[in-house]
Design a binder for this molecule. Structure first.
Ligand code: GLN
Length: 484
């Protein structure tokens, strides 16, 4: 059940065709109907959703003007702190954690009047690519319930695809917004590192993590970014830059001569032929719309996955040291302090999280640090240099978002490496801090969505929105809906 775009809902509210409470009730009823199948949410916040909707209706009734996001149903990945609402990271160690504070992004959106309908499922601590690492449940792909929605923000992607909310928030450390967007047939944007505050986002890989929107249309993504971007003095990595109105870049037609670079290496080994063909067709479409297309080689991209799987676990092992059973989270009581730590962490963390903590601790240890961590950081610089060279020639880079469409639940979780390889095309943008967007560009023979990734230079979200929106206007993919 598609509720409509943010703009359409806004118009309906302003024209009093529908009230915010009616919209919220419809969405909540729809959640009740499809959730047993989709399992996108860890918690549904029905009461507070209706209370926020009532406030919007009261404003409208009083003749006050309302902002674009007022009354819009939103889902939030359950790794962003929401004051008074459980924030679990899909982990047993935080299963009962109720944060005493609100993350900056969610505060901004609440101030803008959104209606939060719930907290969405993810791979534990955002580590994974299928939501199968959630300690609570695996979310189903709305296009085929036997398949995964991708991850780690699989709940947020599936919720938007299934019409359980209009827009949602995800976090992307190595592809966790773009990859599930691709697998669920929705739009997913990872902004430039530092554009959106990370305050209150439970840390995974702090030099890589970035929050961004999921939506049905590129326009909705721009509206949401308008609301969440901007400097935050309580996030030391937050950028101090002027934030434009991103909706100004949504024009019906592509500017003539926009230079689009195909990343040669992303069309190599391991790419599903149907995905390759579909993305190539989408690129041809961009060309027919007036884009100049050229091939760009980024030879160091193939080292992105190995470098990421050293850097991200290193940062994770340090970040997750705080779950010591002392101040908050699960505690396995013991008279012996060391035993309390070890018992809690042994039973509170799942297998993948433990694997990352062990890898991270190992590669950071004296004697191995230079061989692994330092080397991975050097590779990171080389990848950034590939991008710098590419952006001397083109305005935007294009690739498939993921090497395959959605796979069956259970197919890959016995083999972590095959799961890690799914991030091949998304990881380089995180290592270089660049913005990337995934947009729907077709379906495979089994009716599963395929996504195209656009990567821009630092802070060039404007180019991403411009090209993605023009492509969307010329195609119908984003209008297709799954039958659940
Ligand atoms: N799949 C990647 C990982 O498991 C990316 C996760 C993410 O972006 N949060 O690390």
């Amino acid at each position: 059940m598609y509720q409509g775009s943010i703009k359409e809902l806004h118009q309906q509210l302003v024209n009093k065709e529908r009230s915010a409470v009616e919209i919220a009730q419809e969405v909540l009823e729809h959640i009740e109907t499809v959730e047993p199948k989709v399992k996108a949410f860890i918690s549904v916040t029905e009461e507070s959703a209706l209370a926020s909707a009532k406030k919007v209706d009261a404003k409208i009734a009083a003749g006050e003007s309302i902002g674009m996001l007022e009354g819009i149903p939103l889902g939030i990945k359950d790794n962003m702190c929401t004051k008074g609402i459980k924030t679990t990271c899909a982990s047993q160690i935080l299963a009962n954690f109720v944060p005493p504070y609100e993350s900056t992004v969610t505060q901004k959106l609440k101030d803008a009047g959104v209606v939060v309908v719930g907290k969405t499922n993810l791979d534990e601590f955002a580590m994974g690519g299928s939501t199968e690492n959630s300690s609570f449940k695996t979310t189903a792909n709305p296009w085929d319930l036997t398949r995964v929605p991708g991850g780690s923000s699989g709940g947020s992607a599936a919720a938007v695809a299934a019409g359980e909310c209009v827009v949602s928030l995800g976090s992307d450390t190595g592809g966790s917004i773009r990859q599930p967007a691709s697998l669920c047939g929705v739009v997913g944007l990872k902004p430039t590192y530092g554009l959106v505050s990370r305050f209150g986002l439970v840390a995974f890989g702090s030099s890589l993590d970035q929050i961004g929107p999921f939506s049905r249309t590129v326009g909705d993504s721009a509206i949401l970014l308008n609301a969440i971007a901007g400097h935050d003095q309580i996030d030391s990595t937050s950028l101090k830059v002027d934030i434009p109105d991103y909706t100004q870049y949504l024009q019906p037609e592509l500017k003539k001569g926009v230079k689009v670079g195909i990343i040669t290496e992303t069309f190599g080994d391991g790419l599903d032929p149907e995905v390759a063909e579909t993305v190539k067709k989408a690129i041809a479409q961009l060309e027919s719309m007036g884009a100049e297309i050229k091939e760009i080689s980024c030879p160091r991209f193939r080292y992105g996955v190995p470098a990421y799987y050293i850097i991200a676990p290193s940062e994770a092992s340090a970040n997750l040291a705080r779950y010591d059973a002392v101040r908050y989270g699960m505690r396995q009581e013991s008279d012996n302090l060391l035993e309390m730590y070890t018992n809690t962490r042994a039973s509170g963390f799942g297998a993948e999280v433990k694997r990352r903590i062990m890898i991270g601790t190992y590669v950071l240890s004296a004697g191995y640090y230079d061989a692994y961590y330092l080397k991975a950081q050097k590779v990171r610089t080389l990848i950034k240099q590939d991008f710098d060279r590419a952006f001397e020639d083109v305005d935007v880079l294009v690739s498939p978002t993921a090497p395959t469409t959605a796979f069956k639940a259970g197919d890959k979780n016995a083999d972590p490496l095959s799961m890690y390889l799914l991030d091949l095309m998304t990881i380089p943008a995180n290592l270089a801090g660049l913005p990337g967007i995934s947009i729907p560009c077709g379906f495979d023979g089994a009716g599963l969505p395929i996504g195209m990734q656009l990567i821009g230079n630092v802070l060039r979200e404007d180019v991403l929105f411009h090209v993605a929106h023009a492509y969307e206007q010329a195609t119908e993919w984003h209008k297709k809906q799954p039958q659940i």
